[in-house]
Design a protein around this ligand. Sequence first.
Ligand code: KG4
Ligand code: ZN
Length: 323
Amino acid sequence: MWVLGIDTSCDDTGVGLVRDGKVVVNLVASQVRLHEAFGGVVPELASREHLKALPLLVERALAEAGLTPKGLDLVAATRGPGLIGALLVGYTFAKGMAFALDRPFYAVHHLEGHIAAAWPEGLTPPFLALVASGGHTHLYEVLDLGRYRLLGATRDDAAGEAFDKVARLLGLGFPGGPEVERLAEEAEEAVPFPVPLRGQEGYDFSFSGLKTKALHLVEKGLPKAALAKGFQEAAIAHLAEVVLKAARDTGHRVLLVAGGVAANRALQERFKEAGLEVHFPPRGLSQDNGAMIALAAWRRHQRGFPPSPLSLGATAYWPLEEA
Ligand code: KG4
Ligand code: ZN
C-alpha cells in the first residue's frame, strides 16, 4: 500500500511516499533562502512558494518511486497546527488529489507526524514522547495512537527557536541548531549556563532565560564556541531533566524524541545515557517532512481509523489531545 504525505505547515515543502509503513521517498524543498532577508518566515511568501514547489515535488516523488498517481492508495496532508495560508496549500492540494483519484484522505496533526517519524514498527504504547522543534517543545504521554496527554510544554520559546536565536546572536546562519552544534564541537571548554526551572513542580520547559544569558555573554565578548557549547549543554540538560523526572513519576521506560532538535548529536548521546529505551527519528525525518505525515496516516489506516471528510478545513490552532 502506497501513501503520499504532504507537509506545508511552515517554510518547508515536504512530500513523502511510504510503502507498507516504510519510507521510500522523502523530498523537502527548503525556503530558507527566500525568508533569509526578512529575518524570519513571511507567511504570505511561504504560501506562494508552496504553491509553486508542491506540484513539482509531488511529480518528482512519484517519478522516483516509479509510480503514477493512480498507484497511490492513500493521500495525507498536515491539517494543522501551522501557518494557515501555508497549510491550506498542501491540505487543499492533497484533498484535490484524493478526490480526483477516489482514494481515502487522512488529515494529520503535525505533531502526530513528528511522533510517527520516531515510532518504530512493533512498539506499542504507552510511552513518553518529547517533540522539540522550532515551534514546539511539548512532552506527551502517548496512551495510544490518537490518544495523547500533555504533561508539559514550553512557557516561552521552543527549544529549536532558542537554538535559532542564539545562533543569530553568534552571527551564525539559519536554521541555527546545526550551526550551534557545529560551533560547540570546536570548543574545549563550555561557558556555564544555569539550567532552567530546576526544582519545578511540573514538567514545563523554558528557554528564554538561556537566550538572554547568551546575549549578555556575547556582549561581554566571551569566546563564541565556548558559549555555543555552554548554551547547548544547558538546553540539553534542561530537556533531559524534565523528561527524566516525568519518566520517574509516571513509570514509563520508553521515550520517543522527535522534531528538528532531535537531530542534535549531543542531545542523542545525553538521552541514550538516561537508562530508558529511547527512539529517535531516522536521518532526514526529524525535521519537517512529508514522509512523517504519510507514516502517521499509514498507522491510522492500519488501526482502522476512518478517513477524514474532504469538507474539513485546515486549522492553524489544534491541540494534539484533540487530534
Ligand atoms: O521540526 P522542525 O523542522 O520544524 C518545526 O516544526 O519547527 O524543527 C526545526 C528546528 C529549528 O529551530 C532548528 O534550529 C532545529 O529544529 N534544529 C536543531 C538541530 N537541527 C535542527 N536544533 C539543535 N540541534 C540540531 N542539530
Ligand atoms: Zn515540525
